[in-house]
Design a protein around this ligand. Structure first.
Ligand code: ATR
Length: 284
């Protein structure tokens, strides 16, 4: 087990933020927030904190006790982050998970900007109109649950959840059926609809496992979106492109959820296009 990292002592003049996860070394969040702060002419400190797998709560508490103003939380701690909050936003409660913590008046508030980040990337960067769209969500775990509310809030005409274990898909569909037209099916039994958006919310990409989908999924030439980014998304993006989709990884979602976090913490939403372009250029 990795030794807990001591909370960094923030410099007294700067507001201190962090991303907490395990692993964390390759997180792009410090670079993204440094660019946001520079763009807005603000001075902040933003660190990456590795928490032991059994030590998220202690690491987060130590960070806030040392004066930390806010934290992003990444895998595998998003559900623990939700539980840690003294209060939670409605969207975090719906997701049952938090990717943002903010200290306000001595309380820690849990929020979830993942879904808003995905919708912002689809709308603003990829120019996808979700109103009236037919959406296929693949996967029924935490990542899918975190984005369902904001996706349905855009008013799609139908949303189908396909999952390897159909029971989990059904459970998720039941949970969100008050929010829109939601159906569930097994991964090998996807109905032949003309989908406008195919969203990969499984952990298959991250684990390097192939995702086999019926050809009918690609019939309309949909937008295909992998919520993972970088090498983890490559196989899905390549497969979808070969099938005629306009395919994209989740780097834009990462930048947009970060901008939403910055807005929550500091009341200003940074412009994202130049930050995303710089990260894409670096990755290429
Ligand atoms: P996360 O929080 O990242 O969503 P999770 O809750 O463990 O993680 O969920 C992982 C999702 O990826 C599930 O929908 C899982 O399918 P099952 O519910 O059937 O396990 C899906 N998944 C993982 N590996 C997969 C694979 N090789 N093929 C298809 N689906 C996969």
């Amino acid at each position: 087990m990795a030794a807990p990292q001591p909370a960094l002592s923030p410099s007294p003049s700067m507001d201190h933020y962090a991303v907490i996860g395990n692993p964390i070394a390759h997180s792009l969040s410090p670079a993204i927030h440094a660019r946001f702060a520079a763009q807005l002419g603000e001075q902040i400190e933003y660190s990456a904190l590795l928490a032991p797998l059994d030590g998220f709560r202690a690491a987060a508490r130590a960070f806030f006790d040392a004066g930390g103003r806010g934290a992003n939380v990444t895998l595998p701690f998003k559900m623990e982050a939700f539980a840690l909050g003294d209060g939670a936003s409605e969207r975090a409660r719906i997701a049952g998970a938090a990717n943002v913590l903010a200290r306000r008046d001595g309380r820690i508030e849990a929020d979830n900007t993942d879904g808003a980040g995905l919708v912002a990337d689809l709308r603003m960067n990829l120019r996808v109109d979700l109103r009236g769209a037919r959406i296929l969500v693949i996967g029924a775990g935490g990542a899918a649950r975190g984005v369902m509310g904001p996706l349905l809030g855009e008013g799609p005409s139908a949303l189908v959840i396909a999952n390897r274990s159909v029971d989990r898909a059904r459970e998720l569909a039941r949970r969100f059926s008050p929010n829109g037209v939601v159906a569930a099916c097994a991964l090998d039994d996807i109905p032949p609809r003309d989908f406008d958006l195919v969203l990969n919310a499984t952990s298959a990409s991250t684990k390097g496992e192939p995702l086999v989908l019926a050809d009918s999924v690609w019939r309309k030439g949909p937008v295909a979106y992998d919520m993972a980014y970088g090498p983890a998304a490559r196989a899905f993006v390549a497969h979808a492109t070969a099938k005629g989709a306009r395919a994209c990884d989740g780097l834009g979602m990462l930048v947009e959820q970060a901008a939403e976090s910055y807005l929550l913490w500091r009341g200003r939403r940074p412009a994202t296009a130049e930050v995303l372009a710089a990260l894409r250029a670096k990755a290429a």
